[in-house]
Design a protein around this ligand. Structure first.
Ligand code: DP6
Length: 334
């Protein structure tokens, strides 16, 4: 079985582990899966059981700035606040960065991450976070890796991060190789400027169970999980056809169904897992009522109670009237 260091060694092969740039800044967008990644065939390398497909969130994501410092330990500033070594996020971040530092004594870094989305609210902050880290390391060491190579490296931090190297629609092909060299994001050609995503933030609190843990329990114990790969295959095909024909209804139906299927699958796990709150259930019902009232709005939902509402530009006024607090994202904004 390969581990992360083996995969990194293959990709970096002859690349230098000497610092090339003392200071720099990069950005990666968050992404929202319309067809979800839920379950791994290899937990060490974050290799998924199925493919998935996402849309990137343009200006919502992670700004990652690094600076080489003369100190005896790394420093982290998250959204302007100092984060200390005993913090989980600090440990997860630097244990990932350490995988790339090679065997030589390495200089310490001051990393500043500014996230324009709520951390750990099921809004894919770890995806943009890890994608920005690998872009930052590429700049720090001057590797000039391709985006496909960066996608493979980002996946080692968090699976969904492999889709955050591009804007627009990205498919994560699951691959079949043990080393995961064929398990990476592939950008799709469709550009859909009329598409809108509303962030319906119900709670920004940290989730009670991580998606990593929840997907492992679901895969091991849910009797519904055997149906999941087949469901993904059919939802993914429908979503891709909808993208080709710019068929919004079909896109919305398949995306919402896929999210609901994922949530029902985890509900059937032992112990049962739910990210819903009474309020998120109410919000789902409200969306269904709006459709009965002929407003074409659909939702998707990740590992948290927050809903992401899909609609078209022509319905923006109606949506804003109903949800004045909703933050609206234009994934294809110039
Ligand atoms: C529900 O990518 O956070 O958002 O690979 O364990 O880090 P790890 O999991 P992560 O899971 C994301 C799950 C999801 C669906 C998705 O983004 O496809």
């Amino acid at each position: 079985m390969l581990n992360k260091v083996d995969v990194i060694a293959r990709i970096l092969a002859e690349k230098s582990r000497d610092i090339c740039l003392e200071k720099g800044a990069v950005y990666a967008p968050a992404n929202i899966a319309l067809c979800k990644y839920w379950g791994k065939r290899d937990a060490q390398l974050n290799l998924p059981v199925t493919p998935s497909l996402s849309i990137s969130l343009a200006e919502k994501g992670s700004h990652f700035a690094f600076e080489v410092i003369d100190a005896d330990k790394d420093r982290l500033t998250l959204n302007g606040k100092t984060v200390t070594e005993d913090n989980d996020f600090y440990q997860r971040l630097f244990s990932f960065i350490n995988l790339f530092r090679g065997v030589k004594a390495f200089p310490c870094l001051h990393v500043r991450i500014n996230s324009t989305i709520p951390i750990a609210a099921g809004l894919a902050s770890s995806a943009s976070g890890f994608a920005s880290v690998v872009k930052g390391l590429d700049a720090l060491y001057g590797w000039q890796l391709t985006r496909s190579e960066l996608s493979i490296l980002a996946r080692l931090g968090s699976g969904s991060a492999c889709r955050s190297l591009w804007s627009g629609f990205v498919e994560w092909q699951q691959g079949i190789r043990d080393d995961g060299m064929d398990s990476l994001g592939i950008p799709l050609k469709t550009i859909w400027p009329q598409l809108r995503i509303g962030l319906w933030i119900i709670s920004s609190e940290k989730k009670t169970i991580s998606s990593r843990e929840a997907m492992a329990i679901t895969k091991q114990t849910s009797p519904f999980y055997t149906l999941w790969p087949q469901q993904v295959a059919s939802d993914l095909a429908e979503i891709k056809t909808a993208l080709t024909h710019k068929d919004f209804i079909s896109l919305g139906e398949a995306s919402e169904r896929n999210a609901l299927f994922m949530h029902e699958t985890m509900l059937m796990a032992t112990p049962s897992i739910t990210y819903n709150t009474p309020q998120s259930i109410e919000c789902r019902k409200q969306i269904w009522q709006l459709r009965r009232d002929h407003l074409p709005v659909y939702f998707t939902q990740d590992a948290g109670p927050n809903l992401k509402v899909l609609f078209l530009e022509e319905n923006t006024r109606d949506v804003l009237q109903l949800f004045p607090q909703m933050e609206i994202i234009q994934p294809f904004a110039k």
